[in-house]
Design a binder for this molecule. Structure first.
Ligand code: ZN
Ligand code: ZN
Length: 219
């Protein structure tokens, strides 16, 4: 359904999102292949608290002992108590059903993230608050790699780059400002949470086409 990303820098590593269910097998295997042990995970970062991103959070936190970092506005999503209103109630019902099916267990957020905060992982990651999909939705920008993990601002598939469905967007009126924020950041590569191929330049082109923006020249 989507991707979580393990960013490894020698023995140190950080995870962005945790997947929906069943990823535990792949995450363990990935650790083994990279020669990592659970204690090498420095932190778990959440772009937002939807079930497909926080699904394995409790397991990953218990397995690695890593701290969970997310925007404070995501706490109720992670806890499964977010008060969905209007059309997003349908999204909330889907999520509630998913929590049952996948036996979701909530985990506490250990430290809250703020826009612009610099995190000491993977050579430096900057928190970029990008509300719209949810109110506390954040991207993570690596200046070193000029790469933005854009979470669920859009899903990037061949012939079908799209915004998340309306029933999943809690603050759609904030999308436009977040798109402009990404345009000004102008990352060379974009990696969303849902995509077909790991190709940051392609996702950058699709993001511009979908949102009808023109990028400034690459820095
Ligand atoms: Zn989402
Ligand atoms: Zn998602």
């Amino acid at each position: 359904m989507g991707y979580c990303h393990l960013l490894a820098d020698g023995p140190r590593s950080v995870m962005i999102d945790t997947g929906l269910a069943g990823e535990a097998f792949f995450i363990r295997r990935l650790f083994r292949r990279l020669g990592l042990v659970p204690a090498n995970l420095q932190a778990i970062l959440l772009t937002h608290g939807h079930l497909d991103h926080a699904g394995n959070l409790a397991w990953l936190k218990a397995w690695t002992g890593a701290k969970v970092l997310a925007h404070p506005a995501e706490a109720r999503h992670v806890a499964g108590t977010y008060p969905y209103t209007g059309i997003t109630r349908w999204g909330g019902r889907l999520e509630a059903a998913g929590r049952l099916v996948f036996r979701y267990r909530a985990a506490d957020i250990d430290a809250f993230l703020a826009d612009g905060q610099e995190l000491p992982f993977w050579g430096g990651l900057r928190v970029v608050h990008l509300p719209g999909h949810t109110t506390g939705h954040c991207g993570f920008y690596s200046a070193k790699h000029d790469l933005l993990f854009s979470g669920d601002m859009f899903a990037s598939y061949f012939l079908a780059a799209h915004r998340p469905p309306a029933i999943l967007n809690s603050a759609p009126e904030q999308f436009a400002a977040s798109v402009e924020k990404v345009r000004q950041l102008n990352p060379r590569w974009i990696v969303p949470g849902h995509y077909d191929l790991l190709d940051g330049a392609r996702h950058r082109r699709r993001f511009a086409r979908l949102n009808n923006i023109a990028w400034p020249a690459i820095k």
